[in-house]
Write a protein that binds this ligand. Structure first.
Ligand code: PLP
Length: 459
């Protein structure tokens, strides 16, 4: 098919929009390992999880078999406010790179929360509301998830309590105010509100907090207040299920023009955008119908896939959450203050971890300054100011497009552009001032985090 026929943006009509989420676990021969109780080291049952999560979300979390999950009408209605997100043919980028490759990106930054996280936030808030709950609690690091959840809760009339990592609370007042405008209460973490917060503050006075610590606080508040449950914006199986909307829309759009991707690239923090983007393609790969190269990109400062261990670990610093089997750097690992806040989690989605372990996808790491060089190049070429997280995918998409220039291959490269960088201008300021640094942890530093892995289950 001639290039000219492919529009700059491929949109879907309303009747072409996916009506079901796709659960990639149904097609995995080796299923992701179950969540485990840290005390008994036995798999968590639905009843064990019920004090923490909403019932319907627990069912989705544990369901490894249902392939298509119908999207409730209310959620489809909400999706219509900001979806489909555009699939853009990066003609300008291709021309600037003088590459024969065809580059496409799926842009998820076109909503007020500024990222893909809204896709799961509305689903999780919907099931909480349907259960008759009063509200939900959560943590947020850089703020994208908290913002998305507060938008979803405002829409449905649910209370929303956000524990925001203290350093972000202080450095990102604008995100905080967006959340408050949507009616959420935002507390800097660690706080004196919770037993775990008080304990962490006693042990580390003056700490600026971490995502793992904020998770512990949000879980404690959910389990100690009737009518509240905890919700999480990444890592979990249910989140990947909701985010499959990204990949399903991408596939419909590509199919309209008979475009078959050769390489699919996404940044990986907890794995939700990548898991969602690749899901229908991974399904074809798992069923042996088609092959794709799938590449996860993570920061060199927080290299869970590329330098972590595949083991059961805590998702939180307070060690009160279930254990998940995943590529991890250890729950005690504190990444250096990299600006891609959404990629600073020590672990990784159990689904993607299993797929990576079984050889279905690749992973690479990228250094911060190189990522910002790619971000700047992309902003000047394609016009969109990308989030630092998303720019990891941009960096590797550009690298692959340059390889195509050398070999003369016209590969189809698809990458996930997860969000905008409007709230990350302190990071851009450092980059522009030339004061941005790269920190790559030494093997000794990583060994400290990995030494803290819990006792492993025997099954
Ligand atoms: C949260 C976030 C990410 C990383 O999270 P995943 O669960 O790995 O997708 C990436 N990009 C943006 C813009 C984010 O907000």
């Amino acid at each position: 098919m001639a290039n000219e026929k492919i529009p700059y943006k491929i949109y879907l009509n309303e009747d072409e929009m996916p009506k079901n989420w796709y659960n990639v676990r149904a097609d995995m021969k080796v299923k992701p390992a179950p969540l485990v109780n840290p005390g008994t080291l036995q798999p968590m049952s639905a009843a064990d999880l019920a004090p923490v999560f909403c019932d319907e979300l627990i069912a989705q979390e544990l369901d490894n078999d249902t392939r298509e999950v119908p999207i409730p009408d209310e959620i489809l209605g909400f999706y219509k406010m900001y979806r489909p997100s555009p699939l853009v043919r990066a003609y300008c980028l291709e021309e600037k790179l003088k590459t024969p490759a065809h580059i496409y990106y799926k842009f998820e930054g076109n909503n007020t929360s500024g990222s893909h996280k809204l896709n799961s936030a509305i689903a999780q808030a919907y099931y909480a509301k349907k259960q008759g709950l009063k509200g939900v609690t959560t943590e947020t690091g850089a703020g994208q998830w908290g913002t998305a959840l507060s938008m979803a809760c405002a829409y449905l009339g649910l209370d929303c309590k956000v524990y925001m990592v203290k350093v972000s609370y202080e450095q990102k007042p604008f995100r905080r105010e967006v959340m408050r405008t949507y009616g959420a209460s935002v507390t800097p973490s660690p706080s004196m509100d919770t037993a775990v917060g008080r304990k962490i503050l006693a042990e580390h006075p003056g700490t600026t907090g971490s995502l793992g610590c904020a998770i512990s606080e949000a879980v404690e508040v959910a389990t100690s207040n009737p009518g509240y449950r905890y919700v999480l914006g990444s890592v979990l199986n249910q989140v990947l299920l909701h985010q499959s909307i990204i990949g399903l829309e991408t596939k419909v759009a590509l199919d309209k023009y008979n475009i078959v991707p050769d390489i699919i690239i996404g940044c990986a923090g907890g794995g939700s955008n990548l898991g969602g983007l690749i899901s229908p393609f991974m399904g074809e790969k798992l069923r042996g119908e088609r092959d794709y190269r799938i590449i996860a990109v993570e920061p060199a400062s927080c290299p869970s896939f590329t330098r972590g261990k595949f083991a059961y670990d805590f998702c939180d610093t307070g060690m009160i959450c279930p254990l998940a089997k995943m590529y991890t750097l250890g729950a005690g690992f504190i990444p250096s203050p990299n600006h891609a806040g959404g990629l600073r989690f020590h672990g990784m989605s159990p689904v993607l971890s299993q797929l990576y372990h079984d050889g279905y996808m690749e992973a690479v790491s990228a250094e911060q300054t190189a990522v910002f060089e790619a971000a700047e190049f992309f902003a000047r070429t394609e016009g969109i100011l990308p989030a630092p997280e998303s720019s990891h995918a941009i960096k590797v998409a550009i690298d692959e497009a340059k390889k195509c220039k050398e070999t003369g291959e016209a590969k189809n490269i698809v990458f996930g552009l997860t969000g905008t960088g409007y709230f990350d201008l302190v990071a851009y300021e450092q980059y522009n001032n030339g004061t941005m640094t790269d920190h790559i942890p030494t093997d000794e530093e990583l060994a400290v985090g990995l030494a803290g892995l819990p006792k492993q289950p025997e099954f």
